[in-house]
Design a protein around this ligand. Structure first.
Ligand SMILES: [Zn+2]
Ligand SMILES: [Zn+2]
Ligand SMILES: [Zn+2]
Ligand SMILES: [Zn+2]
Length: 356
């Protein structure tokens, strides 16, 4: 289990996709993973249907990934997972707009109501827990997306959903036959609905020793970004020319850095700074809202564009897309009513014709 936890040192941990057996990605294994259903940490007080709604099309967002990232200095964060959800409507992915993403932080002390004190065994359990429709706490889940699902099929009452939309999809593709007893209930997934499921494993980033960037500190990066933002307020023509060069520089730096590990889908660096794909739409400090507890939010990890290649989304047409998605979390990792706490996401798109 410890091996799956991402490091909280200032070094960057890179996330890569690996295949895993389905039991390894269930809640009691504390997985980091991409796609599939959420492996909920806390088994009660899940995010509500409205908290998970896309702010643009109002449809439910679905699980994109989750990262298991305990904070060793706080007992309350012995277990800690960040859950990222995104909308499946391509039209919602407008430029540099974060409204189709949701992120939640959940944490538990070592001694808690849901999991044993000792880490889980690395061996496959004799009987796999089916947490697909009901959590151990008795909470009912949406059969399609795995989020809170309190609405039962009014005919058979044996399956539940988060929303009318998900019930309709399931009805068309699967439940119509089951409900009228033409087929027995199957736990098979609707292949095309959820994102493909992968384990997310992390390794420290190793850069070539000769790479000068390796010795640059994060604060230098922040300084150059700050300068840039100030300079943009200069006369328009001047700043546009300046901006184009800056933008090319930022993008070159991005490409050079990821070239060392082209398969990376995630960069974790709590308290560090993101590797931006562009000089455009970089958040100023005041654009990252404070946590409701009053603490600042700090950068924790970013999702890379490489992940899109594994999500089976069409990149040639209007589609689910991003340059990078940066996640900012409460610096104190506070306990707000010990619920799933909403955190902050910043989406940055490539500018102009840049692609990776
Ligand atoms: Zn949407
Ligand atoms: Zn659902
Ligand atoms: Zn039914
Ligand atoms: Zn807080």
């Amino acid at each position: 289990m410890a091996a799956k936890a991402v490091k909280t040192s200032p070094e960057v941990a890179l996330g890569f996709l690996e295949e895993a057996e389905s039991w390894q990605l269930l809640s009691d294994q504390f997985p980091s993973k991409v796609g599939g259903r959420p492996a909920w940490l806390r088994q009660v007080d899940l995010p509500t249907v409205s908290e998970l709604q896309c702010e643009k099309c109002k449809l439910p967002t679905v699980s994109l990934l989750q990262v298991y990232a305990p904070v060793t200095e706080y007992d309350r964060c012995f277990h800690r997972t960040l859950f990222v959800f995104c909308c499946k409507t391509p039209a919602c992915y407008t430029r540099n707009d974060n409204k189709c993403f949701k992120v939640f932080r959940c944490q538990l002390p070592r001694k808690n109501d849901f999991y044993p004190f000792d880490p889980p065994s690395d061996e496959k359990p004799d009987h796999a827990v089916d947490e697909h429709q009901v959590l151990k706490s008795g909470l009912k889940l949406c059969r399609l997306c795995g989020c809170l699902g309190q609405k039962a099929c009014s005919r058979c009452h044996s399956v539940t959903y988060c929303s009318k939309e998900h019930q309709t999809i399931d009805w068309k593709h699967r439940h119509k036959k089951e409900c009228s007893n033409e087929a027995s209930q199957t736990s098979e997934e609707l292949n095309s609905f959820l994102f493909p499921e992968w384990e997310l494993v992390t390794e420290p980033e190793e850069l070539p020793a000769t790479d000068e960037e390796h010795h640059e500190s994060h604060s230098l990066d922040q300084e150059s970004t700050a300068c840039l933002n100030n300079d943009l307020e200069d006369s328009e023509l001047e700043s546009m020319a300046f901006h184009e060069t800056q933008d090319a520089k930022v993008f070159q730096k991005f490409k050079k850095r990821i070239a060392n590990d082209p398969q990376q889908v995630l960069r974790y660096c709590k308290g560090g700074s993101p590797l931006w794909v562009s000089a455009e739409h970089v958040p100023r400090d005041e654009e990252v809202p404070e946590c409701p507890c009053g603490a600042k939010r700090l950068f924790e990890f970013q999702i890379m564009p490489q992940l899109l290649n594994h999500l089976k989304v069409d990149r040639t047409d209007a589609s689910i897309d991003w340059g990078t998605v940066a996640i900012y979390t409460c610096a104190d990792s506070c306990d707000q009513d010990t619920k799933y706490s909403a955190e902050f996401i910043w989406k940055q798109d490539f500018s102009g014709d840049q692609t990776v």
